[in-house]
Design a protein around this ligand. Structure first.
Ligand SMILES: NC(=O)C1=CN([C@@H]2O[C@H](COP(=O)(O)OP(=O)(O)OC[C@H]3O[C@@H](n4cnc5c(N)ncnc54)[C@H](O)[C@@H]3O)[C@@H](O)[C@H]2O)C=CC1
Ligand SMILES: CC(=O)C(=O)O
Length: 309
């Protein structure tokens, strides 16, 4: 399977690296408006391939995306320390107005996988600019926040993050909703599991984990200027679900007809992802507070996108 990546900066290159290491593609093409950067990233990633799965890693122009099954969109500007994701909107929407048209011209059958922030609104921008159906324009959404939630819960409970079933829904951003009410380990709620193992989920623990997830990007950007490994792996996970037609349940973003009374909004819900893109959406069972939080998140995104459309 051929995967294109537009934007060969930190996120695009981390995605390429993760896709190569996980066997997510037989060919990866990196495109950037700084061609020398794309060439250097492709060469560097290619040197990891002998340690992993066979894969050709190349730099190219838009024409070289022809035949791609998935094109990752990671072009644009990242946040500066303290800056919110939503503040990037006008600059990245301008970048997408050029990039999406060129991708669709070269690879009309590709599924678009959006990473650029604010990722939910950029998913809507890509949907409108591409003319593709919503299930084929997927934003990474809260796949990263869900991973952060599982990491912190796993560390608190003393179990593998992969054994925690818990989701972050809504905006990939400040208004996101950590769904504690259905968070589980095996057959147990995390509260019962924690109580059994002497790792109680107290209000203090919940607040610490909530802040740990919600503030993660701000903290990492303060420390190293940007985030890239987590999202690179999250993008590779979505590519794997498409490549292997896995019907995996992943929290990711597509434009959705109705969420908690808000119409036509892109945000994350648990989605079933396979070779055709998003083939199903789960209606999560939320507590009243979580449902209100999801509605607020949908409203924030709707109000922000109304500035563009
Ligand atoms: N969805 C998520 O969970 C995450 C999203 N991001 C977002 O991903 C985006 C990229 O972040 P980084 O890779 O750190 O930034 P970066 O600055 O390292 O890379 C962006 C790349 O886009 C390229 N670019 C800009 N305009 C372009 C155009 N018109 N055509 C082609 N290429 C163009 C630049 O040359 C640069 O190489 C940002 O919007 C950032 O906020 C970052 C981390 C997590
Ligand atoms: C930058 C960003 O969106 C993140 O790391 O969550």
């Amino acid at each position: 399977m051929k995967v294109g990546i537009v934007g060969a900066g930190m996120v695009g290159s981390a995605a390429g690296y993760a896709i190569a290491l996980t066997g997510g593609a037989s060919e990866i093409v990196l495109v950037d408006y700084k061609p020398a950067l794309a060439v250097a990233q492709a060469e560097d990633i290619a040197h990891a391939v002998p340690f992993a799965h066979p894969c050709r890693v190349l730099a190219g122009d838009y024409d070289d995306l022809a035949g791609a099954t998935v094109v990752v969109l990671a072009a644009g500007v990242p946040q500066k320390p303290g800056e919110s994701r939503l503040s990037l909107l006008s600059r990245n929407a301008e970048v997408f107005s050029e990039v999406v048209a060129r991708v669709i011209k070269a690879a009309p059958d590709a599924l678009l996988l959006v990473a650029s922030n604010p990722v939910d609104i950029m998913t809507e921008v890509a949907l409108r600019a591409s003319g593709l159906p919503p299930e084929r324009v997927i934003g990474s959404g809260t796949i990263l926040d869900t991973a952060r939630f599982r990491t912190l819960l796993g560390a608190h409970l003393g179990i593998a993050a992969g054994s925690v079933h818990a989701y972050v829904l809504g905006e990939h951003g400040d208004s996101e909703v950590l769904v504690w009410s259905s968070a589980r380990v095996g057959t147990e709620t995390v509260a019962r599991f924690g109580a059994q193992l002497g790792a109680a989920i107290t209000d203090e623990v919940r607040d610490r984990i909530d802040a740990g997830v919600r503030q993660a990007a701000y903290r990492i950007i303060e420390g190293k200027g940007a985030t890239w490994y987590g999202i690179g792996a999250g993008l590779a996970r979505i590519v794997q679900a498409v490549r292997n037609d896995q019907s995996s349940v992943l929290s990711c973003s597509i434009v959705t007809p109705e969420v908690e009374g808000v119409q036509d909004v892109a945000l994350s819900l648990p989605r079933v992802v396979g070779s055709k893109g998003v083939i199903g959406t789960l209606a999560p069972d939320l507590s009243p507070d979580e449902a209100a939080g999801l509605r607020r998140s949908a409203e924030v995104l709707k109000e922000t996108s109304a500035r563009l459309f």
